[in-house]
Design a protein around this ligand. Sequence first.
Ligand code: PEP
Ligand code: MN
Length: 338
Amino acid sequence: MIIVLKENAPQQAAEKLMKEIRAKGLQIDVSKGTRKTVLGLVGDTSVIDMEHVQGYDYVDKVLRVEEPYKRASRAFHPQNSIIRAGGVEIGGKKLAVMAGPCSVETPEQINGVADAVKAAGAVMLRGGAFKPRTSPYSFQGLREKGLDLLCGAGRHAGLPVVTEIMSLDKLDEFIKAGVDIIQVGARNMQNFELLRGLGKTRIPILLKRGLSATVEEWLMSAEYIMAGGNHNVILCERGIRTFETYTRNTLDLSAVLAVKRQSHLPVIVDPSHATGKRWMVEDLAKAAVAVGADGIMVEVHNDPDHALCDGAQSITPAMFSHLMDSLRQLAPVVGRTV
Ligand code: PEP
Ligand code: MN
């Protein structure tokens, strides 16, 4: 971090600021120009509140030369991280394909979809039990019962499971039910209490990008979880909100590249929520893999037209099987396996 002092900064004030910074364990390289003084801070600058320093009237500018995240940063961990969950590796050469319905609805539905996606080659079963719906009058998920049905279906099909948590008071139930990856949904990406609580566990967390989150904000949310000691974070790009209304969201594939450059954490892509359109899912899943995503998360429903949630973007088991065949052809071209 660099602090540029104004031309007329009083010496006494500058010294007080330097004392304040040194008290936080940092070193300062002072460079006095003819007009301005520049302070170069050396050490862990995450303890410095930029806005606070910028607030002093004798400070001209405060510039960050490093990212505000450390544990999530590639600078501190150059090699790709591989996260292990329920016997599956996410972030290695093999693509992690997670599939299942938006919501768990009935035993027949979740068991049927679990068996179908397993047969087609998925390595993980997804399914929502606690649903973050825009309307309080929409189907909210089967809640605890959904959790049990999902975990039961996963065990039966031989697939680890991923499902969304909305509040920490359900954490014990998620653990007891045997959830392998806990999903933090887009709407909760900046629920810092939730992130902090999940940081105390060692359960792998799938952190979806917020609807209007920048790459830096997304990585700062990962940092929240990691700062608590839980380094098992998987990122998921699921589309962001733009002016475009043709699709439900806009899939930001450049963010996959940005995040991979900035961070060592694995990144997967969810083309279902990104588009809201069933017919776009396969092609965008291929695009995600081509650009370097470590896997995909896709909504699959046995009867999408009657799904209780997100039917328009859900593909059928037959379409999923076709998607897997396409990925099998594409994967070797980009150095991956399925
Ligand atoms: C989901 O995965 O069903 C979901 C609600 O996703 P998102 O948080 O990305 O909207
Ligand atoms: Mn959904």
